[in-house]
Design a protein around this ligand. Structure first.
Ligand SMILES: [Zn+2]
Ligand SMILES: [Zn+2]
Length: 269
């Protein structure tokens, strides 16, 4: 008998296409399911990984994809690549454009090119009516300014692996965006981000792994994977004085309303 079960988590940001999962992707996905993960969004960083993310999403019913060009690879963005992204965005399992944004921490692409790629992809998302998944490192104020100038509130989206302070968080919420948190909230030194979580409403939060990176404290130094998103949800439950079931129900509902994922259907025995 099939029933809807809400107390399952969504890993809203994973990179399943990478070489780190090539040998055991099926087992990794099975472990996620065994740990109560109902859906996974696998996220593209350039055209190649976007294509691979779609292939993975097409293979597994409960996996969805986002396509986009990361600020590190911003040089890839031109009229031709935007055309390819536009066509990818019409595919049924593609629910968002991302990850896109600014990274002034690593500065792997010239900042001017990062800004250009970010703006062009927001415009594409607006044209296609898709939410955006934003990567922001050490560029908070400029990210917010570009989000405003490009009228991105029309489509909404999420600031993934949020790393700003409370003031930045409030500005993002005002623009209608969600904030997503990774295993980094379990790191002892990260009190500032736990303070942000304490003060913002849970109905605007998502959880993610950003795997294979950013393993929670208990697994630091090892490969991260979707099953471990539970540790982030547990930490949020502790900070907000909620149960993990509450966190699962609300963050999964947030994912459904942002990305349009259907209600979670599980077959019970
Ligand atoms: Zn990122
Ligand atoms: Zn990522």
């Amino acid at each position: 008998m099939a029933e809807y079960q809400d107390s399952l988590l969504v890993d809203s940001h994973a990179h399943l296409d990478g070489s780190q999962f090539v040998d055991d992707l099926d087992a990794t996905i099975d472990r996620a399911t065994a740990n109560g993960i109902s859906h996974i969004l696998t996220i593209g960083c350039d055209l190649k990984s976007s294509e691979q993310s779609i292939a993975i999403a097409n293979k597994y019913e409960h996996i969805f994809a986002a396509v986009g060009v990361h600020p590190h690879d911003a040089v890839e963005i031109d009229d031709e690549s935007l055309k390819i992204l536009r066509s990818m965005l019409t595919q049924p399992k593609v629910v968002a454009l991302g990850e896109i944004g600014l990274d002034f921490y690593r500065d792997r692409s010239p900042r001017e090119i990062q800004r250009y790629a970010f703006r062009r992809q927001i415009r594409l998302a607006r044209e296609m009516g898709k939410p955006i998944i934003i990567h922001d490192r050490d560029a908070h104020n400029e990210v917010i300014q570009i989000l405003k100038e490009e009228k991105s509130s029309e489509i909404g989206g999420v600031l993934h692996c949020f790393s700003g302070d409370l003031q930045i968080a409030e500005q993002c919420l005002e623009l209608g965006f969600y904030l997503s948190f990774t295993g980094t909230i379990t790191y002892p030194k990260n009190q500032e981000i736990r303070d942000v979580i304490k003060h913002i409403p849970i109905d605007r939060m998502l959880v993610e792994t950003d795997c294979p990176y950013l393993s929670p404290q208990k697994f630091r130094g090892k490969r991260n994977e979707p099953a471990l998103v539970r540790y982030t949800a547990e930490k949020i439950a502790e900070i907000k004085d909620l149960t993990i079931e509450d966190v699962a129900i609300i963050t999964s509902a947030n994912c459904r309303s942002l990305f349009g994922l259907g209600a979670v259907k599980v077959t019970s025995v």
